[in-house]
Design a protein around this ligand. Sequence first.
Ligand code: NAI
Length: 734
Amino acid sequence: MAPQPSCFSTRVEGGVAVLTFDAPGEPVNTLSPEVGDQFEVELRKVELDAAAKAVVFVSGKKDSFVAGAKIDFLSTVKTAAEGADISRRAQQGFDRLDGYPKPVVAAIHGACLGGGLEWVLACDYRIASDSPKTSLGLPETQLGLIPGAGGTQRLPALVGAQEALDLILTGKALKAKKALKLGVVDEVVPAPILLEVARRRAAELAAGELKPVRLRGLPRAAATGKGLGDILRGLADRQAWAELALEENPLGRKVLFDQAKKQLLKKTRGKYPAQEKALEVIRFGLEKGQKAGLEAEAKAFGELVVSDVSRRLVEIFHATTALKKDNGTADPLVKARPVKKVAILGGGLMGGGIAYVTAATWGVPSRIKERDDESAARALKHVRGLFDERTRRRSMTAREADAAMALVTATTDYSGFKTADLVVEAVFEDLKLKRQLLAEVEKVVRPDCIFASNTSSLPITQIAEASRRPETVIGMHYFSPVNKMPLLEIITHKGTADWVTATCVEAGKKQGKTVIVVNDGVGFYTSRILAPYLNEAAYLMGEGAGLAEIDQAMVEFGFPVGPVTLLDEVGIDVAAKVGKIMHEAFGDRLAAPETTAKLVADGRLGRKAKKGFYTYDGKTKQVDETVYALLPHGKDRKRVDAAEVAERCVLPFVNEAIRCLGEGVLRSARDGDIGAIFGLGFPPFLGGPFRYADSVGPAKLLERMEQYRKKHGARFEPAPRLVELAKSGKRFHG
Ligand code: NAI
């Protein structure tokens, strides 16, 4: 076999070797044992080159540094011992870099994540470009792993345990400025002079003219500031000293880690072992020293890399990556058409949110049409409010927010619609109104302008019947709040043109969404699978289960909130309305219990009415005990087994998802998993309803469904596809 071309090349100039990482034929640089070996060869060459006094490590990719470890390769690891060995090898490589006889400066531009950050942590000095493309972080826990190349030891040593815990447990990425503030990097400079400054610093380090002072846990002003003033300013930061004192003595450290663990378990409920392991390994290193810490890191990495949770999270990562490349049609050659302007009908809760993501994430102008001046003004105020939130959180400067806000305009007529490429309709959920507006809009817009409805339940086919050009009609189902929810469910009817689908998929991605495309049908995919889940919670209430207990059982299962809370959030009236539509469409399997209608009649609409299952006046969330008067069994609640509650709610949800696949509503099990996780909060560690069905096993799942069917009837009627798979012994994912 021909030797692999090396990812590294070196050029020595003025006493400094510039070592460039540029993986041939790859869009980004990633880390693997082969890359580690090649790096080692290159380092050895530079070590022997007397002309090179220092090294600058840089990426040859345009806007990315090192994206992390090669994930495909991690999926091939078979045993924990093999995983631990991979980690040890990476650690040794970076230990060698750490102890390299010539100073090494990392010049970072673009994403420097996971193994990429661990790599630069082993360098002597780090400079980042101030580009918005530059980000630094250790996202491994998001994939059910921990940093396995020394990151759990070097990061706390550099920035202190508290900051390191925050970065590693959340997996969040830092922009350059924040990274400088925390001490992850030593300097931030404009991208065009990054290499030049890095070479200068490398030469200064080699000449002994630059000696970075690093006091763990102190702000950079104190740690690297060359002037006494800077150092004093840093020392005056009492908070930093207090934190430092906390983790430097054993008692303080215990308090810090015990607190962190408590908070972590509150969030993860023990379902995400990587975070817990990271915490333990960081603590172990601080107590027993780096060598022991590194060994603990390797061992934990090995265990995690072959764990089910990590496998599921990595599968989700692969699925979302595949969706990024998917145009949403059966023909990968179909191209999206350019969208330079969006028009939005109705600037309410959803319309305003859609205008916001169009401007803030995509940078495309949108024109909102509202009913009257007052509503138009309210729509703009809503969008402005979303930008204000960004500036308050400092994720956008006031100038950036103003510039983006200038892209959003509002009107009460169709002025400005003539030049729109895409109209998103988000008026009231009323078929007649939507159809009327579609007919009106078509008289003003260009013939190739797309009409996308954000309906949450009305069949797109019925909306398209009002169109003279049904091929341009499609559904774009956003989730509330649009600025936060990651999913966009696109719905095609039989006549939707492929270019229309591809264009809307592209638009959704540009708005920052993960996009799945489903075929038209009542409730599409997400609303349809949610219905039996919410119904079952309502049946349990009717049988006398406590409301908080039902929620608790589902939160324990892994949902972010329970179904009773969700009913309050969605609106009990909305759920009742959708429930009725589902019942009519799908028969007794999706029959909703009587309970909800009674609640609506009592004015209990949920959070929006400040009256629902929970109270909304006090500080703590509590079940509104008066609601029990409207439920069978009154206040006399009986204890129900949490595992049974979870199974009864989850099985119909999963079963309905399987039906959607069997009926062709879903294009793939992958889309079904992503839609349920990103749209409905299905527990990511279970990988989505289809991965869950596979891990339980279709035959076992069928058996459970049959058992419940005997007791509760049609609601647990198994999907034909489930029966098929149980018989054939096949799984949903190949
Ligand atoms: P909303 O009541 O907040 O907004 C609707 C807006 O449409 C109002 O501002 C209203 O003034 C405007 N409008 C009504 N008739 C109009 C007309 N003839 N011309 C121009 N504007 C008109 O309702 P929301 O929640 O934003 O829902 C809008 C659509 O999105 C509905 O179809 C709903 O089913 C769907 N949806 C709602 C979700 C939610 O969680 N609220 C989630 C997903 C979809």
